[in-house]
Design a protein around this ligand. Structure first.
Ligand SMILES: [Zn+2]
Ligand SMILES: [Zn+2]
Length: 379
């Protein structure tokens, strides 16, 4: 297993996703076929090993994981009104009856846009290769619709307000079985974090693919996202693979000129991401992007003790985060359990409050038989 973690693979460049999505996707599908024998356990263990070897990486990765969870919840809450509108507007039959070639076009737009948002999402596609095979999605229109409903309307009796404690994950027999096995075997924090991160990114990626695909299909404007900025303390000694190893590997795989083109493209993609990257409020109930020129003030104790960048857009957010869980983790090393639940119970902005109107927040989440009633509970 340790060997596996040392094997890098070349992902089709994020930067080409929007430029030539057909070619980009066919490269992905080739890669997916090569990796179809890799089990969730192998993915998780190699990723956990990487985390464990990055001596200072765990804390940053925990914080990043907490951010992913919070943003997944926010995305799900944002998609809920769209879902109700789509389902009550006859999208289901339009989509399933559409020519597969038409579906393919929009799915490709969905995939390429979703993978272009952030490097993490782009890379996550390798963990869920089977999910995103264009031929499968093209042939079976139901899959995208099932994703749409299970993202915001889980069947297992969860309530809308439950979303605030934990996001909805898209069920998958293989990953679910592995998660269950991991729970029983008493996994380490790095294994739990590796699995948690993979699952939350898988759901985020599905969310974005569904959103872009259906918006494109309906002829609506495609959304844009600010990429959150996480401070990564760079320790050149801590990575499993050194830069020179990666260079040698790409040269071996692609030849000298191929490696050069790959490095150039990676650099361009990196510069693109930097451009869109913004500091975000740490409080998961807010996560507002900093669009001003001044940096957000940071938590002094977290910075001094841990060099952890915990920043807030306002004193209200700092107080709300302190009350919800920052008190337990401030200035101390993080553990998986202390970060694994997004706490959104305080200080949401009016816009963010909109989808969870207090009086009906506890209405069970079911697929609407009478769309207008359910719609009302979201606004
Ligand atoms: Zn805030
Ligand atoms: Zn703190």
């Amino acid at each position: 297993m340790a060997q596996y973690a040392q094997v890098p693979f070349l992902l089709p460049g994020m930067h080409t996703a929007l430029q030539d999505s057909v070619k980009w996707n066919s490269e992905w599908e080739k890669l997916t076929n090569q990796f179809k024998h890799v089990s969730p356990a192998q993915f998780v263990q190699s990723s956990a090993l990487q985390l464990a070897l990055e001596s200072d990486g765990m804390d940053t990765s925990m914080l990043q994981y907490q951010g992913f969870l919070g943003s997944l919840v926010a995305l799900e809450l944002a998609l809920a009104p769209d879902t109700v509108r789509y389902l009550s507007g006859g999208l289901q039959s339009k989509w399933t009856e559409a020519d597969p070639a038409v579906r393919e076009k929009h799915i490709l737009i969905g995939l390429s846009n979703a993978c272009s948002i952030a490097k993490n999402l782009h890379d996550a596609r390798i963990y869920c290769g089977r999910d995103f095979q264009l031929s499968r999605l093209r042939a079976n229109g139901e899959i995208v619709l099932e994703w749409l409903t299970s993202l915001v309307m889980p069947a297992n009796g969860r309530k809308y307000s439950d979303l605030l404690d934990a996001p909805n994950y898209i069920p998958d027999p293989v990953w679910d079985a592995y998660a269950e096995q991991q729970k029983q075997s008493g996994a380490s924090d790095s294994e739990k974090l590796a699995l948690g991160t993979i699952l939350v990114l898988r759901s985020k990626l599905i969310f974005h693919v569904v959103q872009y695909t259906l918006k494109s299909f309906m002829g609506e404007d495609l959304p844009t996202y600010n990429v959150p900025k996480f401070s990564k303390k760079r320790n050149p000694q801590s990575t499993v693979l050194q830069k020179s190893d990666i260079e040698a590997f790409t040269k071996m795989m692609l030849g000298k000129s191929g490696a050069k083109a790959y490095a150039k493209e990676n650099k361009a993609a990196w510069q693109d991401r930097q451009k869109d990257r913004k500091e975000h409020c740490t409080f998961v109930g807010c996560m507002k992007a900093n669009t001003g020129t001044e940096k957000y003030p940071r938590c002094k104790k977290c910075w001094e003790n841990m060099k952890r960048e915990v920043v807030y857009c306002s004193t209200q957010c700092q107080v709300a985060d302190w009350k919800s869980n920052h008190k337990q983790v401030c200035g101390k090393p993080l553990s998986f359990d202390s970060v694994s639940k997004p706490k959104l119970t305080h200080a949401r902005t009016p816009e963010e409050m909109a989808p969870i109107h207090a009086t009906e927040a506890d209405a069970p989440l079911t697929v609407p038989s009478t769309p207008t009633t359910v719609w009302r509970s979201y606004i």
